[in-house]
Write a protein that binds this ligand. Structure first.
Ligand code: ADP
Ligand code: MG
Length: 408
Protein backbone atom coordinates (compact mmCIF):
# COMPACT_ATOMS: atom_id res chain seq x y z
CA UNK A 1 0.00 0.00 0.00
CA UNK A 2 1.42 3.40 -0.90
CA UNK A 3 2.54 5.64 1.89
CA UNK A 4 0.08 8.52 1.66
CA UNK A 5 -0.52 11.39 4.03
CA UNK A 6 -4.01 12.10 5.32
CA UNK A 7 -4.10 15.55 3.79
CA UNK A 8 -1.73 17.27 1.42
CA UNK A 9 -1.59 20.68 -0.12
CA UNK A 10 -0.08 22.46 -3.02
CA UNK A 11 0.65 26.15 -2.59
CA UNK A 12 -2.99 27.14 -2.84
CA UNK A 13 -5.21 24.15 -2.18
CA UNK A 14 -5.65 21.41 0.35
CA UNK A 15 -6.81 17.93 -0.60
CA UNK A 16 -8.20 14.94 1.22
CA UNK A 17 -6.41 11.67 0.67
CA UNK A 18 -7.94 8.30 -0.02
CA UNK A 19 -6.74 6.76 3.22
CA UNK A 20 -9.20 9.00 5.10
CA UNK A 21 -12.13 7.71 3.06
CA UNK A 22 -14.60 5.16 4.32
CA UNK A 23 -14.54 2.74 1.40
CA UNK A 24 -15.69 -0.72 2.43
CA UNK A 25 -18.85 -1.63 0.55
CA UNK A 26 -19.02 1.85 -1.00
CA UNK A 27 -19.47 2.52 -4.70
CA UNK A 28 -16.43 4.53 -5.82
CA UNK A 29 -16.87 6.39 -9.11
CA UNK A 30 -13.36 6.80 -10.45
CA UNK A 31 -12.55 9.15 -13.35
CA UNK A 32 -9.59 7.75 -15.25
CA UNK A 33 -7.91 8.66 -18.53
CA UNK A 34 -8.25 5.68 -20.85
CA UNK A 35 -7.93 7.75 -24.02
CA UNK A 36 -5.22 5.38 -25.22
CA UNK A 37 -3.51 5.37 -28.62
CA UNK A 38 -4.96 2.64 -30.83
CA UNK A 39 -3.90 1.10 -34.12
CA UNK A 40 -6.07 -1.50 -35.86
CA UNK A 41 -8.16 -2.02 -32.71
CA UNK A 42 -5.07 -2.71 -30.57
CA UNK A 43 -3.69 -0.48 -27.83
CA UNK A 44 -0.21 0.66 -28.90
CA UNK A 45 0.77 2.20 -25.55
CA UNK A 46 -0.91 1.14 -22.30
CA UNK A 47 0.77 3.78 -20.08
CA UNK A 48 -2.60 5.30 -19.25
CA UNK A 49 -4.08 1.98 -18.18
CA UNK A 50 -1.07 1.29 -15.99
CA UNK A 51 -1.30 4.74 -14.44
CA UNK A 52 -4.75 3.89 -13.08
CA UNK A 53 -3.78 0.53 -11.55
CA UNK A 54 -2.58 1.76 -8.12
CA UNK A 55 -5.84 3.59 -7.44
CA UNK A 56 -8.06 0.78 -8.72
CA UNK A 57 -6.15 -1.84 -6.71
CA UNK A 58 -6.18 0.29 -3.57
CA UNK A 59 -9.94 0.88 -3.76
CA UNK A 60 -10.60 -2.76 -4.53
CA UNK A 61 -8.48 -3.96 -1.59
CA UNK A 62 -10.38 -1.58 0.69
CA UNK A 63 -13.57 -3.36 -0.34
CA UNK A 64 -15.00 -0.62 -2.52
CA UNK A 65 -16.97 -1.34 -5.69
CA UNK A 66 -14.82 0.34 -8.31
CA UNK A 67 -16.72 2.00 -11.15
CA UNK A 68 -14.53 3.51 -13.84
CA UNK A 69 -15.56 6.55 -15.87
CA UNK A 70 -13.58 7.60 -18.92
CA UNK A 71 -13.82 9.22 -22.31
CA UNK A 72 -12.42 7.95 -25.58
CA UNK A 73 -11.80 10.09 -28.64
CA UNK A 74 -14.34 12.78 -29.61
CA UNK A 75 -17.82 11.39 -30.21
CA UNK A 76 -19.21 14.89 -29.50
CA UNK A 77 -22.22 13.86 -27.45
CA UNK A 78 -23.45 11.06 -29.73
CA UNK A 79 -23.13 7.30 -29.62
CA UNK A 80 -20.34 6.43 -32.08
CA UNK A 81 -19.82 2.65 -31.96
CA UNK A 82 -16.18 2.90 -33.15
CA UNK A 83 -15.48 5.04 -30.09
CA UNK A 84 -16.79 2.53 -27.57
CA UNK A 85 -14.56 1.83 -24.57
CA UNK A 86 -15.52 -1.86 -24.58
CA UNK A 87 -12.15 -2.90 -26.04
CA UNK A 88 -10.34 -1.58 -22.96
CA UNK A 89 -12.02 -3.95 -20.47
CA UNK A 90 -9.98 -7.03 -21.37
CA UNK A 91 -6.48 -5.48 -21.44
CA UNK A 92 -7.33 -3.72 -18.18
CA UNK A 93 -8.52 -6.95 -16.64
CA UNK A 94 -5.22 -8.63 -17.60
CA UNK A 95 -3.16 -5.84 -16.03
CA UNK A 96 -5.29 -5.85 -12.87
CA UNK A 97 -5.43 -9.64 -12.71
CA UNK A 98 -9.13 -9.48 -11.89
CA UNK A 99 -12.34 -9.37 -13.93
CA UNK A 100 -13.60 -6.04 -15.29
CA UNK A 101 -17.32 -5.85 -16.05
CA UNK A 102 -18.40 -3.54 -18.86
CA UNK A 103 -21.60 -1.48 -18.96
CA UNK A 104 -22.89 -0.33 -22.34
CA UNK A 105 -23.87 3.09 -20.97
CA UNK A 106 -22.32 5.49 -18.45
CA UNK A 107 -25.72 6.27 -16.91
CA UNK A 108 -29.22 4.82 -16.68
CA UNK A 109 -30.35 1.19 -16.28
CA UNK A 110 -27.44 -0.38 -18.22
CA UNK A 111 -24.94 1.24 -15.85
CA UNK A 112 -27.04 0.59 -12.74
CA UNK A 113 -27.41 -3.13 -13.59
CA UNK A 114 -23.67 -3.65 -13.86
CA UNK A 115 -22.95 -1.57 -10.74
CA UNK A 116 -25.59 -3.45 -8.73
CA UNK A 117 -24.04 -6.73 -9.83
CA UNK A 118 -20.60 -5.84 -8.40
CA UNK A 119 -19.34 -7.48 -5.26
CA UNK A 120 -17.20 -5.55 -2.81
CA UNK A 121 -13.76 -5.20 -4.43
CA UNK A 122 -15.23 -5.72 -7.92
CA UNK A 123 -14.38 -3.50 -10.89
CA UNK A 124 -16.59 -2.19 -13.69
CA UNK A 125 -15.88 0.07 -16.64
CA UNK A 126 -18.72 2.23 -17.94
CA UNK A 127 -19.13 3.24 -21.58
CA UNK A 128 -17.60 6.44 -22.98
CA UNK A 129 -18.99 9.38 -20.99
CA UNK A 130 -18.73 11.58 -24.10
CA UNK A 131 -21.53 9.60 -25.77
CA UNK A 132 -23.71 12.03 -23.79
CA UNK A 133 -23.77 15.73 -24.68
CA UNK A 134 -24.14 16.53 -20.98
CA UNK A 135 -20.57 15.41 -20.30
CA UNK A 136 -18.70 18.21 -22.06
CA UNK A 137 -21.43 20.73 -21.18
CA UNK A 138 -20.96 19.84 -17.50
CA UNK A 139 -24.74 19.50 -17.40
CA UNK A 140 -26.13 19.23 -13.85
CA UNK A 141 -28.66 16.52 -14.74
CA UNK A 142 -26.03 14.38 -16.43
CA UNK A 143 -23.68 14.78 -13.46
CA UNK A 144 -26.54 13.73 -11.17
CA UNK A 145 -27.21 10.68 -13.37
CA UNK A 146 -23.54 9.69 -13.04
CA UNK A 147 -23.61 10.35 -9.28
CA UNK A 148 -26.60 8.01 -8.91
CA UNK A 149 -24.17 5.09 -9.25
CA UNK A 150 -21.68 6.25 -6.62
CA UNK A 151 -21.13 7.01 -2.95
CA UNK A 152 -17.69 8.61 -3.36
CA UNK A 153 -15.88 10.22 -6.28
CA UNK A 154 -12.21 9.75 -7.06
CA UNK A 155 -10.48 11.69 -9.84
CA UNK A 156 -7.33 10.01 -11.12
CA UNK A 157 -7.26 11.77 -14.50
CA UNK A 158 -4.99 14.79 -14.09
CA UNK A 159 -4.67 14.89 -17.88
CA UNK A 160 -8.40 15.70 -18.17
CA UNK A 161 -8.44 18.13 -15.21
CA UNK A 162 -8.14 21.26 -17.38
CA UNK A 163 -11.67 20.54 -18.62
CA UNK A 164 -14.74 21.38 -16.56
CA UNK A 165 -16.84 18.41 -17.65
CA UNK A 166 -19.47 16.46 -15.70
CA UNK A 167 -17.15 13.53 -14.95
CA UNK A 168 -14.12 15.72 -14.18
CA UNK A 169 -15.72 18.62 -12.29
CA UNK A 170 -19.50 18.41 -11.85
CA UNK A 171 -19.40 15.08 -10.03
CA UNK A 172 -16.91 16.37 -7.47
CA UNK A 173 -19.59 18.73 -6.21
CA UNK A 174 -22.16 15.98 -5.73
CA UNK A 175 -20.16 13.34 -3.85
CA UNK A 176 -17.32 13.29 -1.31
CA UNK A 177 -14.34 13.84 -3.65
CA UNK A 178 -10.76 12.62 -3.51
CA UNK A 179 -7.76 12.73 -5.82
CA UNK A 180 -6.64 9.26 -6.93
CA UNK A 181 -3.09 8.11 -6.23
CA UNK A 182 -1.73 9.06 -9.68
CA UNK A 183 -3.44 12.44 -9.50
CA UNK A 184 -2.00 12.96 -6.03
CA UNK A 185 1.50 12.01 -7.17
CA UNK A 186 1.26 14.42 -10.09
CA UNK A 187 0.00 17.27 -7.90
CA UNK A 188 2.79 16.67 -5.41
CA UNK A 189 5.45 16.56 -8.14
CA UNK A 190 4.15 19.72 -9.76
CA UNK A 191 4.03 21.44 -6.41
CA UNK A 192 7.66 20.46 -5.77
CA UNK A 193 8.62 21.95 -9.15
CA UNK A 194 6.67 25.18 -9.32
CA UNK A 195 4.08 25.56 -6.56
CA UNK A 196 6.42 25.46 -3.60
CA UNK A 197 9.87 24.52 -4.93
CA UNK A 198 13.28 24.44 -3.29
CA UNK A 199 15.37 27.26 -4.76
CA UNK A 200 17.17 28.05 -6.94
CA UNK A 201 14.75 26.90 -9.61
CA UNK A 202 15.74 26.69 -13.27
CA UNK A 203 13.27 26.32 -16.10
CA UNK A 204 13.88 25.15 -19.64
CA UNK A 205 11.37 26.16 -22.28
CA UNK A 206 11.92 25.06 -25.84
CA UNK A 207 9.82 23.91 -28.75
CA UNK A 208 8.90 25.54 -31.97
CA UNK A 209 7.03 28.77 -31.35
CA UNK A 210 6.81 31.61 -28.84
CA UNK A 211 3.16 32.11 -29.83
CA UNK A 212 2.09 28.75 -28.35
CA UNK A 213 3.93 29.40 -25.08
CA UNK A 214 3.34 33.06 -24.23
CA UNK A 215 1.37 32.39 -21.05
CA UNK A 216 3.97 29.84 -20.03
CA UNK A 217 6.91 32.20 -20.52
CA UNK A 218 5.14 35.04 -18.72
CA UNK A 219 4.31 32.85 -15.74
CA UNK A 220 7.77 31.32 -15.50
CA UNK A 221 9.84 34.51 -15.67
CA UNK A 222 7.82 35.79 -12.69
CA UNK A 223 8.52 32.68 -10.63
CA UNK A 224 11.90 31.18 -11.53
CA UNK A 225 15.46 32.12 -10.68
CA UNK A 226 16.70 31.14 -14.15
CA UNK A 227 15.04 30.36 -17.44
CA UNK A 228 16.79 28.81 -20.42
CA UNK A 229 15.02 29.39 -23.73
CA UNK A 230 15.79 27.04 -26.59
CA UNK A 231 14.35 25.52 -29.73
CA UNK A 232 12.74 27.50 -32.51
CA UNK A 233 11.35 30.02 -30.04
CA UNK A 234 14.87 31.08 -29.05
CA UNK A 235 15.27 32.41 -32.61
CA UNK A 236 12.49 34.90 -31.99
CA UNK A 237 14.30 36.13 -28.87
CA UNK A 238 17.65 36.33 -30.70
CA UNK A 239 15.99 38.25 -33.53
CA UNK A 240 14.39 40.61 -30.97
CA UNK A 241 17.87 41.30 -29.63
CA UNK A 242 19.05 42.30 -33.08
CA UNK A 243 20.67 39.07 -34.26
CA UNK A 244 20.27 37.78 -37.79
CA UNK A 245 18.65 34.33 -37.69
CA UNK A 246 18.88 33.68 -41.44
CA UNK A 247 16.15 31.38 -42.80
CA UNK A 248 15.34 29.92 -39.36
CA UNK A 249 11.88 29.49 -37.90
CA UNK A 250 11.24 32.88 -36.30
CA UNK A 251 8.10 34.81 -35.38
CA UNK A 252 9.28 38.27 -36.31
CA UNK A 253 5.93 39.83 -35.44
CA UNK A 254 6.52 38.75 -31.85
CA UNK A 255 9.78 40.66 -31.42
CA UNK A 256 8.08 43.24 -29.19
CA UNK A 257 6.52 40.49 -27.12
CA UNK A 258 9.89 38.80 -26.73
CA UNK A 259 11.42 42.11 -25.58
CA UNK A 260 8.59 42.51 -23.05
CA UNK A 261 9.31 39.05 -21.66
CA UNK A 262 13.02 39.90 -21.42
CA UNK A 263 12.16 43.10 -19.51
CA UNK A 264 9.76 41.25 -17.24
CA UNK A 265 12.43 38.67 -16.44
CA UNK A 266 14.93 41.39 -15.61
CA UNK A 267 12.47 43.10 -13.30
CA UNK A 268 11.60 39.84 -11.54
CA UNK A 269 15.27 38.87 -11.11
CA UNK A 270 14.98 35.86 -13.41
CA UNK A 271 18.24 35.22 -15.28
CA UNK A 272 17.52 34.40 -18.93
CA UNK A 273 19.78 31.95 -20.71
CA UNK A 274 19.54 32.37 -24.47
CA UNK A 275 21.77 30.46 -26.89
CA UNK A 276 25.23 32.01 -27.33
CA UNK A 277 26.07 29.71 -30.24
CA UNK A 278 23.91 27.66 -32.60
CA UNK A 279 23.99 24.59 -34.84
CA UNK A 280 22.90 25.36 -38.40
CA UNK A 281 22.24 23.48 -41.65
CA UNK A 282 20.80 24.37 -45.03
CA UNK A 283 17.92 21.92 -44.60
CA UNK A 284 16.35 19.61 -42.02
CA UNK A 285 17.43 16.09 -42.91
CA UNK A 286 19.37 13.35 -41.17
CA UNK A 287 23.09 13.42 -41.88
CA UNK A 288 23.13 16.85 -43.61
CA UNK A 289 26.22 18.99 -43.33
CA UNK A 290 26.07 21.11 -40.16
CA UNK A 291 28.07 23.96 -38.70
CA UNK A 292 28.40 25.60 -35.31
CA UNK A 293 28.07 29.37 -35.54
CA UNK A 294 28.50 32.30 -33.21
CA UNK A 295 25.43 34.54 -33.14
CA UNK A 296 27.00 37.11 -35.49
CA UNK A 297 27.98 34.48 -38.09
CA UNK A 298 24.55 33.17 -39.13
CA UNK A 299 24.14 33.27 -42.92
CA UNK A 300 21.03 34.22 -44.88
CA UNK A 301 20.26 30.62 -45.91
CA UNK A 302 21.11 29.06 -42.52
CA UNK A 303 18.49 27.23 -40.48
CA UNK A 304 19.19 27.26 -36.74
CA UNK A 305 18.22 23.74 -35.67
CA UNK A 306 19.89 23.23 -32.29
CA UNK A 307 21.68 25.07 -29.51
CA UNK A 308 25.46 25.03 -29.87
CA UNK A 309 27.97 23.27 -27.59
CA UNK A 310 28.88 26.41 -25.65
CA UNK A 311 25.18 27.11 -24.94
CA UNK A 312 24.67 23.52 -23.84
CA UNK A 313 27.67 23.72 -21.52
CA UNK A 314 26.31 26.88 -19.92
CA UNK A 315 22.95 25.22 -19.42
CA UNK A 316 24.50 22.19 -17.73
CA UNK A 317 26.47 24.47 -15.39
CA UNK A 318 23.27 26.37 -14.57
CA UNK A 319 21.60 23.07 -13.66
CA UNK A 320 24.52 22.30 -11.34
CA UNK A 321 23.79 25.60 -9.57
CA UNK A 322 20.06 24.81 -9.20
CA UNK A 323 18.13 22.41 -6.99
CA UNK A 324 14.88 22.30 -8.95
CA UNK A 325 14.29 21.99 -12.70
CA UNK A 326 11.03 22.37 -14.61
CA UNK A 327 11.28 21.57 -18.33
CA UNK A 328 8.94 21.87 -21.30
CA UNK A 329 10.00 21.82 -24.91
CA UNK A 330 13.07 20.41 -26.71
CA UNK A 331 16.13 22.60 -27.40
CA UNK A 332 16.36 21.62 -31.04
CA UNK A 333 14.81 19.53 -33.79
CA UNK A 334 15.53 16.43 -31.71
CA UNK A 335 13.58 14.15 -34.08
CA UNK A 336 16.34 14.57 -36.69
CA UNK A 337 19.84 13.72 -35.40
CA UNK A 338 22.31 15.35 -35.01
CA UNK A 339 19.96 18.18 -34.02
CA UNK A 340 19.11 16.21 -30.86
CA UNK A 341 22.51 16.85 -29.28
CA UNK A 342 21.76 19.78 -26.95
CA UNK A 343 18.45 18.23 -25.86
CA UNK A 344 20.03 14.83 -25.20
CA UNK A 345 23.01 16.26 -23.29
CA UNK A 346 20.73 18.44 -21.14
CA UNK A 347 18.39 15.50 -20.53
CA UNK A 348 21.23 13.18 -19.51
CA UNK A 349 22.74 15.78 -17.22
CA UNK A 350 19.42 16.53 -15.50
CA UNK A 351 18.73 12.82 -15.10
CA UNK A 352 22.16 12.18 -13.54
CA UNK A 353 21.69 15.05 -11.09
CA UNK A 354 18.20 13.82 -10.22
CA UNK A 355 19.43 10.27 -9.75
CA UNK A 356 22.10 11.42 -7.32
CA UNK A 357 19.55 13.42 -5.36
CA UNK A 358 20.97 16.83 -6.27
CA UNK A 359 18.11 18.02 -8.44
CA UNK A 360 14.33 17.74 -8.39
CA UNK A 361 13.77 17.32 -12.14
CA UNK A 362 10.21 17.58 -13.46
CA UNK A 363 9.33 17.66 -17.16
CA UNK A 364 6.25 17.41 -19.35
CA UNK A 365 4.79 18.02 -22.80
CA UNK A 366 4.15 15.66 -25.71
CA UNK A 367 7.40 16.24 -27.57
CA UNK A 368 9.36 16.68 -24.35
CA UNK A 369 8.32 13.21 -23.17
CA UNK A 370 9.34 11.83 -26.59
CA UNK A 371 12.69 13.65 -26.36
CA UNK A 372 13.42 12.31 -22.86
CA UNK A 373 12.52 8.81 -24.00
CA UNK A 374 14.78 9.29 -27.02
CA UNK A 375 17.59 10.25 -24.60
CA UNK A 376 16.72 7.15 -22.53
CA UNK A 377 16.45 9.06 -19.26
CA UNK A 378 12.74 9.40 -18.41
CA UNK A 379 12.96 6.89 -15.57
CA UNK A 380 15.68 8.89 -13.83
CA UNK A 381 13.71 12.12 -13.77
CA UNK A 382 11.87 12.90 -10.54
CA UNK A 383 8.63 13.09 -12.50
CA UNK A 384 7.68 13.15 -16.16
CA UNK A 385 4.14 14.31 -16.84
CA UNK A 386 2.26 12.75 -19.73
CA UNK A 387 -0.72 15.02 -19.08
CA UNK A 388 -0.21 17.23 -22.15
CA UNK A 389 -2.62 20.18 -22.16
CA UNK A 390 -3.36 19.94 -18.44
CA UNK A 391 0.36 20.02 -17.62
CA UNK A 392 0.87 23.09 -19.82
CA UNK A 393 -2.09 24.94 -18.32
CA UNK A 394 -0.82 24.18 -14.87
CA UNK A 395 2.67 25.45 -15.87
CA UNK A 396 0.98 28.59 -17.17
CA UNK A 397 -0.30 29.18 -13.64
CA UNK A 398 -3.93 28.50 -14.52
CA UNK A 399 -6.43 26.93 -12.14
CA UNK A 400 -7.48 23.51 -13.39
CA UNK A 401 -11.22 23.06 -12.73
CA UNK A 402 -10.88 19.32 -12.13
CA UNK A 403 -8.24 19.95 -9.48
CA UNK A 404 -9.97 22.92 -7.86
CA UNK A 405 -13.16 20.86 -7.50
CA UNK A 406 -11.30 18.35 -5.32
CA UNK A 407 -10.27 20.93 -2.77
CA UNK A 408 -11.07 19.87 0.77
P1 ADP B 1 6.02 19.98 -26.33
O1 ADP B 1 5.13 19.07 -27.16
O2 ADP B 1 6.94 19.19 -25.46
O3 ADP B 1 5.24 21.02 -25.58
P2 ADP B 1 6.54 21.69 -28.61
O4 ADP B 1 5.42 21.04 -29.35
O5 ADP B 1 6.38 23.08 -28.17
O6 ADP B 1 6.98 20.77 -27.36
O7 ADP B 1 7.83 21.71 -29.52
C1 ADP B 1 8.41 20.58 -30.10
C2 ADP B 1 8.83 20.83 -31.53
O8 ADP B 1 9.73 21.94 -31.62
C3 ADP B 1 9.57 19.65 -32.09
O9 ADP B 1 8.82 19.09 -33.12
C4 ADP B 1 10.88 20.23 -32.58
O10 ADP B 1 11.30 19.69 -33.81
C5 ADP B 1 10.56 21.69 -32.72
N1 ADP B 1 11.79 22.51 -32.69
C6 ADP B 1 12.73 22.58 -31.74
N2 ADP B 1 13.74 23.38 -32.09
C7 ADP B 1 13.44 23.86 -33.32
C8 ADP B 1 14.10 24.75 -34.23
N3 ADP B 1 15.27 25.29 -33.94
N4 ADP B 1 13.50 25.01 -35.42
C9 ADP B 1 12.31 24.44 -35.70
N5 ADP B 1 11.63 23.62 -34.89
C10 ADP B 1 12.19 23.32 -33.72
MG1 MG C 1 4.22 19.35 -29.10
Amino acid sequence: MPDIPTLFRDDLMTFRTLDTADLAGKRALVRVDFNVPVDGGKITDDTRLRAALPTISYLSKQGAKVILLAHFDRPKGKVVPEMSLAFVAEPLSKLLEQPVAFASDAVGPAAADVVNGLENGGVALLENVRFHAGEEKNDADFAAALAANGDVYVNDAFSAAHRAHASTEGLAKLLPAYPGLSMQRELEALDAALGNPKKPVIGIVGGSKVSTKLDLLNNLVAKLDRLAIGGGMANTFLFAQGHDVGASLCEKDLADTAREIIAKAEKAGCELLLPTDVVVAKKVAPGVETAVRALNEVQADDLILDAGPESAKRLLAAMDDSVTLIWNGPLGVFEVPPFDEATVSAAKHAAALAKSGKLVAVAGGGDTVAALNHAGVSADFTFVSTAGGAFLEWMEGKTLPGVAALEA
